[in-house]
Ligand binder design. Structure first.
Ligand code: NAD
Length: 265
C-alpha cells in the first residue's frame, strides 16, 4: 500500500492526548512509522491500545516512549531511538499544557508561568533542535517539523491565560525563524494554530459550565468547537510532501474564528 507518508518516520509528542492520538492514527493509516511520546504513561498505554484497535494493520512501526518534552535529555534519547529506523523525517511537536491556575497577569503564579514556558516553548525548541540534528546525521534532504501554537498567538482573548498565550506566541516566532534558517537544507518548519477544540485540554477546563462554554462558542462562525481529527488532517498535509513549498506558515485551522467580526445567530 502506498500512503501519503510512505517511508517516513515520525515522532508525535503529546501522542496520548486529543490531537496527538488522532494524528498517530492518521499517520499510520498513511503508512508512516510513528514513535508516540507523552509524559503520561497510563494515558500512553491506553492510546496505544486504541491505535492498535483502530489500525490493526499498517505498513510502518508504532512504538511508545514516556518522555517529558521539557527535559532535553529525554527528547534527545527519543530522537536517538529512531536512528535504527533511519532517522526522523517528521517531528510533530504537539505536546502542550494550559494550566487551570493560569489567568491574567495578576493571577498567574510565577511557577505556572515557568511550567507553561518549559513545556510549551522549551519542549518545542528541544524537539526542533534534535529533529534537525537527526535530519543532518542521516543525510536527509528534506524534513518537516510541525510546531503547535494556537489561535491565541494571533488574536487576544478577554478570557486570559497569559502564560499560555505568551508561550504560543513564542512558538510562532521561533518556528518562523527556524523555517528561514533551515530552508536551504530542505527542512520545513510550520506552526499549527488550532481554535478551541473538543479535546480533554479544553473540555475538562470548561466542564458543564454553560456560560463559560457559550462565552467561547458564540465566536465561532461555524457554531462549534473544532475536532482533534481536523487538526490531525492539517498536520498530515504539513507532514507530507504535498506541502513541499509550504514553509514558515502559521497554519490556522479554526473554522474561520480569527477572521470573524459578528457571527451568525
Ligand atoms: P490534550 O490535553 O488532549 O493533549 C496534550 C498531551 O500532551 C497530553 O496527552 C499530555 O499528557 C501531553 N503532555 C503534557 N505535558 C507534557 C510533557 N511535559 N511532555 C510530554 N507530553 C506532555 O491537548 P490537545 O487539545 O490534544 O492539544 C494538543 C496541542 O494543541 C497543545 O499544544 C495545545 O496547546 C494545542 N491547542 C489546543 C487547543 C484546544 O482547545 N484543545 C487549542 C489550541 C491549541
Amino acid at each position: 500500500m502506498v500512503g501519503r507518508l510512505t517511508g517516513k518516520n515520525a515522532i508525535i509528542t503529546g501522542a496520548a492526548g486529543g490531537v496527538g492520538l488522532e494524528s498517530t492514527i492518521l499517520f499510520l493509516q498513511e503508512s508512516a512509522s510513528v514513535l508516540m511520546i507523552d509524559v503520561n504513561d497510563t494515558a500512553l498505554g491506553k492510546a496505544l491500545a486504541k491505535v492498535k484497535s483502530v489500525v490493526p494493520n499498517h505498513d510502518g512501526k508504532v512504538e511508545t516512549k514516556v518522555v517529558d518534552v521539557s527535559k532535553e535529555d529525554q527528547i534527545e534519547a527519543a530522537v536517538a531511538h529512531l536512528d535504527s529506523w533511519g532517522g526522523v523525517d517528521v517531528m510533530f511537536n504537539n505536546a502542550g499544557i494550559m494550566h487551570p491556575k493560569d489567568g491574567d497577569s495578576e493571577e498567574c503564579p510565577d511557577s505556572i508561568w515557568d511550567l507553561t514556558m518549559n513545556i510549551n516553548v522549551k519542549g518545542v525548541w528541544y524537539g526542533s533542535k534534535h529533529a534537525v540534528r537527526s535530519l543532518r546525521k542521516h543525510g536527509k534532504s528534506k524534513g518537516s517539523i510541525i510546531n503547535t501554537a494556537s489561535m491565541v498567538a494571533i488574536v487576544g482573548s478577554a478570557t486570559p491565560q497569559v502564560a499560555y498565550t505568551a508561550s504560543k506566541g513564542a512558538v510562532l516566532a521561533y518556528t518562523r525563524e527556524m523555517a528561514v534558517v533551515h530552508a536551504r537544507e530542505g527542512f520545513r518548519f510550520n506552526s499549527l494554530c488550532p481554535a478551541p477544540l473538543n479535546t480533554p485540554m479544553l473540555q475538562e477546563f470548561l466542564g458543564d459550565d454553560k456560560p463559560k462554554r457559550f462565552r467561547r462558542e458564540v465566536h465561532f462562525p461555524t457554531g462549534r468547537f473544532g475536532e482533534a481529527i481536523e487538526q490531525a488532517q492539517a498536520a498530515l498535509f504539513l507532514a507530507s510532501d504535498e506541502s513541499s513549498f509550504v514553509n514558515a506558515h502559521d497554519f490556522v485551522v479554526d473554522g474561520g474564528l480569527t477572521k470573524a467580526y459578528v457571527t451568525p445567530e
